[in-house]
Unconditional design. Structure first.
Length: 334
């Protein structure tokens, strides 16, 4: 695929660094980036939410050793203020953190529960046409039996923001089937300007949260708000589902594993190999062992016990079935 990449564009990477699980995932993300993309020459910015009225406690990275290790791995920890979301909706961090990135410089946002498994410099991003992760299930909306269907719900949102609904549809999919409608996982997204993308993402998310169309009256927005607003943002900026060739992100180049038990259960041998390569050095192991799920899954071998529960070539169709089997066997950790 590298031969198809053509002229590459420099870009920055944004991840969220919050105290607890995310700070350790950030270490694994940065270590995997340096291992598999040694020529990456952009900035890696770890956005750190700061204490304030929207947080009950201190959301910052805990412990000096994690911060020092992120610095050694080439990341910059930059603070940001939570103005709209905070504790009530921590997924909003990815929306609010965009304001700290350099205006006018292309960016790629990744969830921290991502491993880089190939060379990011080979990915043929078209930063003028944004997109996001298509590795998702039909998690939203959940139409009620006698309520509005997929079409009415999604169309009400496009109408709210003056967007053309019809051009967002995948007409190869059946009417009232969730894949017909533009829907992404927010595990990654990208664009040419973080200020423009972030302002629109914030505008749409707040408008949906604070003044949803009547068609959303029975729909749960927590934790789905970011994934409800994201396709509207991408569509409004001229992007879509087909602007990035398949096989790169959520493929050979990155893996959004979500949680370590799920990684061991369903991901490729390459992903498991990269995980163990980047967590082996002593300076990294010393920090990661502070977090119990990583210590038990990676360093004490429970991950391979999870892997032995599944045939990776014949996995259950629904993620929930995978989760349930892991839980029944006592290996669920997050």
């Amino acid at each position: 695929m590298a031969a198809q990449a053509g002229k590459r564009h420099p870009f920055n990477i944004l991840i969220i660094g919050q105290g607890g699980r995310l700070q350790y995932e950030a270490v694994m993300f940065c270590a995997s980036l340096r291992e598999t993309s040694p020529d990456f020459d952009g900035r890696v910015i770890v956005a750190e939410p700061q204490p304030g009225p929207l947080w009950k406690g201190d959301p910052r990275i805990q412990g000096d050793e994690t911060a020092r290790l992120l610095d050694e791995l080439g990341a910059e920890i930059i603070p940001f203020e939570s103005r709209h979301f905070g504790q009530a909706y921590p997924y909003g961090n990815k929306i609010e953190a965009l304001r700290i990135l350099p205006e006018g410089e292309p960016f790629v946002f990744f969830d921290t529960d991502t491993l880089v498994t190939g060379d990011l410099m080979d990915v043929p991003f078209d930063f003028d046409r944004p997109s996001a992760s298509l590795r998702r299930e039909g998690t939203w909306p959940k139409p009620e039996l006698y309520g509005p269907g997929y079409t009415d719900i999604w169309k009400s949102l496009y109408d709210k923001f003056g967007l053309d609904f019809a051009s967002s549809l995948d007409m190869s999919q059946p009417d009232e089937f969730w894949k017909r409608y533009l829907y992404f996982n927010a595990g990654f997204f990208y664009y040419r300007c973080p200020a423009e993308f972030g302002a629109r993402f914030e505008e749409y998310a707040l408008a949906i949260r604070d003044d949803p169309p009547p068609e959303l009256v029975c729909q749960e927005l927590n934790p789905w708000l970011d994934q409800v607003a994201l396709p509207l943002v991408i569509h409004s900026l001229g992007g879509g589902r087909d602007t990035l060739p398949p096989g790169y992100l959520d493929g050979e180049t990155t893996c959004h594993y979500r949680l370590l038990p799920l990684l061991y259960a369903r991901e490729s041998e390459r992903v498991v190999e990269v995980l163990h390569e980047v967590t082996t050095p002593n300076r990294i192991k010393k920090v990661l062992k502070e977090y119990d799920p990583i210590k038990r899954m990676v360093y004490q071998g429970r991950g391979f016990k999870v892997r032995d529960l599944f045939d990776q070539d014949n996995l259950p169709r629904k993620e929930q079935a995978i989760r349930n089997k892991i839980k029944r066997n006592g290996f669920w950790m997050r």
